[in-house]
Ligand binder design. Structure first.
Ligand code: ATP
Ligand code: MG
Length: 426
């Protein structure tokens, strides 16, 4: 037997996932975002340039794709870019914005899809996982950040009835602020070299702010005493950070300031945030985002377009929904009716009756194989409200015998009246 690839999943009962996708789509439309679709295959260079070569995603987690003809070196020889399965979607959206020559800003878009990262699979962490990514490209004002965050908070709390979560918020300042901050952190780390883990020692030289993302307890204890980014803000950032908190308070969006939240990708500046839930265990973040003011220009646009965005991890969101599913109306399915032709002679009639009912918006399932008893059993198991029996007598008389599953009551109805009759069945 061939089994699925490590870190991927078959989602057999997809009702909660589809419910989440539906609720998110409705919410995004209310805030006037347009749904787009971008390729799963992207050039590796796109992520090297946007996320940064020193991030975990680019340095360790990329799925690089090769065609079988590339074995002879032909693809590379023809000058094709190295290709990968996208690990995230922000860079793709920015690429599309530039490549498609979008002129109207803010460009408010969202997309659903699989992302791929070569990570160690565990609960809430997969190699193929699902995200809803949303971006506002060309959105200079920080009020856009406040609205994006409040839209997400309303989605989780109101539409999806989640309660056990918190919003972690931080402000990374502008590049100039971070030059000053990085100097201070370097001095701090140099003075505490012996206490640092291997990863932090490497990050100190390669990408210093990422040390704050360290999972080691001892490092995190040390960083409590580290310099604070907020102390390095320029006047403008000071005002913006203050204003952002004020706007969220005015909108009644509860948040916790996490001064050492940096997030894993290099392109962020100013606002960064994460929605976390203790119910998720170690993989507690189910949505993360922030502002990226330099990315559009870095990826080749002539003009700078300050932007902000977020991504919801659908796999983790669904884990949270499982705990509250009794409060959600996600099981809604239309009333089902089963059609059972008594012999092969009635197969064609069964197809016609089913076709007419479906055209009249009635949900039907037709059973063809096996004995009548067997088909009746399958009809019962399928959850059908009633079975429509079609035998020789019914065929001759132009009728249908309707047997209600719960009461066992039987009635003979004219074929032309059947849709109307079923719709009125309580
Ligand atoms: P983490 O710290 O959990 O690895 P991240 O910072 O790498 O998350 P982002 O790149 O910000 O994650 O992606 C946004 C969201 O996508 C995360 O908050 C999470 O819910 C989800 N996500 C990221 N990686 C995975 C994965 N391997 N499996 C399932 N969901 C994931
Ligand atoms: Mg990660």
């Amino acid at each position: 037997m061939l089994s699925r690839v490590r870190g991927t999943r078959d989602i057999i009962d997809s009702r909660l996932m589809l419910f989440a996708i539906n609720a998110i789509t409705k919410q995004m439309q209310k805030y006037h975002f347009k749904q787009i679709i971008t390729p799963i295959l992207e050039p590796v260079a796109l992520f090297k340039r946007s996320l940064g070569c020193e991030t975990d995603v680019v340095s360790k987690e990329m799925f690089i794709v090769r065609s079988s003809s590339a074995e002879q070196g032909s693809d590379v020889a023809q000058g094709d870019d190295e290709i990968c399965l996208r690990p995230e979607a922000t860079a793709s959206v920015v690429r599309a914005f530039i490549e498609e020559g979008i002129q109207t800003v803010p460009w408010k878009v969202f997309l659903f899809g699989s992302m791929f990262r070569y990570e160690r699979p565990q609960k809430g962490r997969y190699r193929e996982f699902y995200q809803c990514s949303m971006e506002l490209i060309g959105a200079h004002s920080l009020a856009y950040d406040a609205q994006l965050i409040s839209m997400l908070d309303r989605l989780f709390r109101q539409s999806l009835t989640l309660e056990a979560y918190a919003l972690h918020l931080n402000f990374l300042g502008c590049p100039e602020d971070r030059v000053l901050f990085k100097e201070q952190v370097t001095v701090f780390l140099e003075a505490n070299l012996a206490a640092l883990c291997e990863t932090c020692l490497k990050r100190k030289d390669a990408n210093i702010l990422r040390v704050f993302d360290c999972k080691s307890e001892t490092c995190q204890q040390l960083y409590v005493k580290a310099p604070l980014l907020t102390d390095c803000f320029c006047e403008e950032c000071d005002i913006e950070w203050c204003e952002l908190r004020h706007q969220l308070e005015e909108l009644s969006v509860p948040f916790v300031h996490m001064p050492r939240l940096v997030r894993g990708l290099d392109y962020y500046n100013k606002t960064v945030f994460e929605f976390v839930s203790p119910l998720l265990g170690a993989q507690s973040t189910f949505c993360g985002g922030g502002r990226y003011d330099q990315l559009v220009k870095n990826l080749g646009a002539k003009e700078d377009q300050p932007s902000v965005g977020a991504a919801i991890g659908l796999d983790r969101l669904v884990l949270l929904l499982e705990a509250v599913q009794h409060t959600l109306d996600f099981t809604y399915e239309p009333k089902l009716f089963a059609i059972v032709p008594v012999s092969e002679e009635q197969h064609s009639l069964a197809l016609q009756v089913a076709d007419a009912l479906i055209r009249a918006d009635v949900c039907v399932d037709v059973f063809f194989d096996g004995s009548v008893k067997n088909m009746m059993r399958k009809a019962d198991k399928s959850g059908a409200k009633a079975v429509l029996l079609l035998g020789g007598d019914e065929q001759k008389a132009g009728t249908v015998k309707v047997k209600q599953m719960q009461s066992g009551a039987e009635e003979t109805i004219k074929q032309i009246d059947i849709a109307h009759y079923l719709k009125n069945l309580s």
